[in-house]
Design a binder for this molecule. Structure first.
Ligand code: ZN
Length: 248
């Protein structure tokens, strides 16, 4: 003798455990896909900002090239002036200026070349990034396709178990069902705990939280048709017996 609803509750627990396991699997699948999508998005963002940077630096180089051309024109003008110099003093003054301008221009040209090389390298990295993104996209598409079947199968099993759960739940008195559902929510689906006695000399403990159970509770559980819950963790207590050994 003991709580009559325990038999049905054990069945309910078995369904609940399976159901939670399947739902976890489904969640893990979704999370995995989500992480993959996120990785792809990060790569795409990196690519976009790299392309943006290239664009910006190309504009800067174009400006430098304009400066360079303007300075070249200055140099040409100074050459003409040099040829028309009226005396040595003027000649040497123009020559100094000409040399300075030419030195500046050489530096500028060097800078432009460096910048163009850098932009070229960035362009190469963009190609690499595009390739990597393409690979990721294909991987993701394959994964999405493959997981779709698995997800559908999981969902089918979950639906079937949901139906089974409502059928089994009908065998449990509403007040007991309420307790079960509340405890299951708190303990990740594990609503029931076995009463165990680790050794002859020790007191009874709850297998769910390992805390001791008062003797009068154990007695009530064995004699009364009323659910007993652990004072500490709230799990529905049961004593292993033939009636509680249902297939799980
Ligand atoms: Zn407990």
């Amino acid at each position: 003798m003991g709580p009559q609803s325990l038999v049905a509750l054990h069945k309910l627990q078995a369904v609940e455990t399976k159901l939670r396991g399947l739902k976890d699997q489904l969640r893990r699948k979704d999370r995995h896909l989500q992480q993959h999508r996120l990785r792809l998005k990060q790569l795409e963002d990196q690519l976009a900002s790299r392309q943006e940077e290239i664009k910006k630096r190309k504009t800067q180089v174009a400006q430098l090239e304009l400066d360079f051309k303007a300075k070249e024109a200055d140099v040409a003008k100074l050459r003409t002036q040099l040829n028309a110099a009226k005396n040595n003093k003027e000649y040497s003054a123009i020559l100094t200026q000409l040399n300075t301008e030419r030195a500046d221009n050489a530096k500028l040209e060097e800078k432009i070349l460096e910048e163009m090389t850098a932009i070229d390298q960035m362009g190469n990295s963009v190609v690499e990034m595009e390739k990597a993104i393409e690979v990721q996209r294909k991987d993701l598409a394959t994964e999405e396709e493959a997981s779709q079947e698995v997800r559908q199968e999981l969902q089918r099993q979950i639906d079937a178990l949901e139906t089974e759960r409502s059928t089994v739940a009908q065998e449990v008195p509403p007040s007991d069902l309420k307790i079960f559902e509340k405890v299951a929510e708190v303990h990740d689906g594990e609503a029931m705990a076995k009463v165990v006695k680790p050794t002859r000399d020790q007191e009874y403990i709850c297998d769910g939280c390992n805390m001791s159970i008062p003797m009068e509770k154990v007695n009530a559980l064995l004699t009364k048709d009323q659910l007993q819950v652990c004072n500490i963790c709230g799990r529905i207590l049961y004593v292993e017996s033939e009636s509680s050994k249902v297939s799980r």
